[in-house]
Ligand binder design. Structure first.
Ligand SMILES: Cc1ncc(COP(=O)(O)O)c(C=O)c1O
Length: 428
């Protein structure tokens, strides 16, 4: 046996509870679990919480960092903006290094700010330029509905027809999205191709798309390549800068564990970010820190992604994010991904053996998925799912017959994967 569970290969995984216990005892990341307050069931015991893809749990240090903000506010009021260990004027800068590492970006290419859907509107304001004739937006037909609302309303608000401008690329018969189909749609749009805007990991299937191929497809057609990384940040390895992606946005409350409404984030490739004439919707927080309080009449953007900030952010909303990012630093993303792949492989192997009627919709290839498996069950899916929470298992569903389960490497265990499958098998 290898020395830790992170060193072994998939063929060495055994589908027994004994193996799960061995894996947990030989998991160098296992101590991080205690640095979270995990949601509890009716009996007071921690739930098997496989919903970190929807709302991550709370890092224990969150209380301390939120308290710090409140103490600063209570004792110093306005002066907390410029004083203390983390002055609020550039509080977001404390998230920068870790976010850049997770996004595979340079530090000046990322900023913690706003909420995801708002940020998507800001991206479209910058990278959808229909007046140049490039009025087509290419997206997936299976995008998270809110993304469709955002794109359609954005197009409409700017005086264009969403039915004419938006090209939706559907999944194939295998239920999956294919980069070649986006490439074809970009080429067919010809010199009207303006923006490719796609989810990096699909919320429903858990499919991780081939971002490099999508960037190449968009650029070959003369379009910008932007991504919604809600289900990708903190879940799968990203290299946005190297791929040349133009821009991306993510939320802070899923795998990043920042809590409901946590500060989201934005990546802008430096070729756009360092060009302060790149069009944008501006606000005072986007001017250089040194002149922000100068109240200059005209907007001058600070170079980099910071220049996309609009409002002064909620520091209370950002404190929990900082608490969680500390744990990403402690773990190291390579190790997290190594554990994640093994947790999810173990989940899939157990499902195959113990719940043979289940069909995993998520691609099998590790480079095409993150933590989440979307598990299609029989027509009793909803009924079976309803039995899980009373048994201490938290996961969600997508109607009519899919359960989404995302074992997260920061806080979940191999034994929890075993319990999840054992309980699901018992609901037949
Ligand atoms: C893929 C995707 N995009 C957008 C959103 C909307 O996010 P928000 O409410 O943070 O703007 C979600 C929320 O779950 C999502 O999963």
């Amino acid at each position: 046996m290898p020395s830790t569970v992170l060193d072994l290969n998939a063929a060495e995984i055994e589908t027994t509870r004994e193996w799960a216990r061995w894996a947990d005892a030989n998991d160098p990341l296992a101590p991080l679990r205690d640095r979270f307050e995990l949601p509890r069931g009716a009996d007071g015991a921690p739930l098997v919480y496989f919903q970190g893809n929807s709302l991550g749990p709370m890092a224990r240090r969150t209380r301390e960092l939120v308290q710090e903000v409140m103490d600063q506010w209570g004792s110093r009021g306005h002066y907390a903006r410029i004083e203390g260990a983390r002055p609020w004027m550039d509080y977001h800068a404390h998230a920068r290094r870790t976010l850049a590492a997770l996004a595979g970006a340079r530090e000046h290419e990322v900023v913690a700010m706003a909420g995801l859907t708002e940020t998507l509107h800001l991206l479209m304001a910058s990278f959808w330029r229909p007046h140049t004739g490039r009025d087509r937006i290419i997206m997936e037909s299976t995008a998270f509905p809110s993304d469709r609302y955002a794109v359609r309303s954005h197009v409409q608000a700017r005086g264009f027809d969403p039915d004419a401008c938006i090209i939706e690329v559907p999944p194939r018969a295998d239920g999956l999205l294919h980069a070649e189909d986006f490439a074809r749609a970009c080429l067919e749009a010809g010199d009207r191709a303006g923006l490719l805007l796609v989810g990096g990991v699909n919320y429903a299937t858990g499919q991780l798309l081939e971002l490099g191929a999508l960037v190449r497809a968009a650029h070959a057609a003369g379009a910008f390549a932007c991504f919604d990384l809600a289900h990708a940040m903190g879940n799968v390895p990203l290299s946005l800068h190297e791929l040349g992606a133009d821009a991306a946005a993510w939320c802070g409350y899923k795998y990043l564990n920042g809590g409901q409404g946590a500060t989201a984030g934005l990546y802008i490739h430096e070729r756009h970010g360092l060009d302060t004439s790149t069009p944008r919707f501006a606000g005072w927080w986007g001017v250089p820190l040194a002149t922000r309080m100068g109240m200059e009449r005209d907007f001058v953007a600070t170079p980099g992604a910071d220049g996309w900030q609009v409002s002064g952010p909620s520091v209370i909303g950002m404190a929990p994010l900082l608490a969680s990012l500390e744990l990403f630093d402690a773990a190291g993303f390579d190790r997290l991904r190594a554990k994640s792949l093994r947790l999810t492989a173990f989940l899939e192997m157990l499902l195959r053996e113990r719940v043979p009627e289940a069909r995993v919709l998520t691609p099998a290839a590790t480079h095409e998925r993150g933590a989440q498996l979307s598990i299609q069950l029989d027509d009793r899916c909803m009924e079976r799912h309803a039995q899980l929470l009373p048994a201490g298992i938290a996961c969600d569903t997508r109607r009519p017959n899919v359960i989404r389960a995302a074992p997260a490497p920061l806080f979940n265990t191999f034994d929890e994967v075993w319990r999840f499958v054992d309980t699901l098998a018992g609901t037949r």
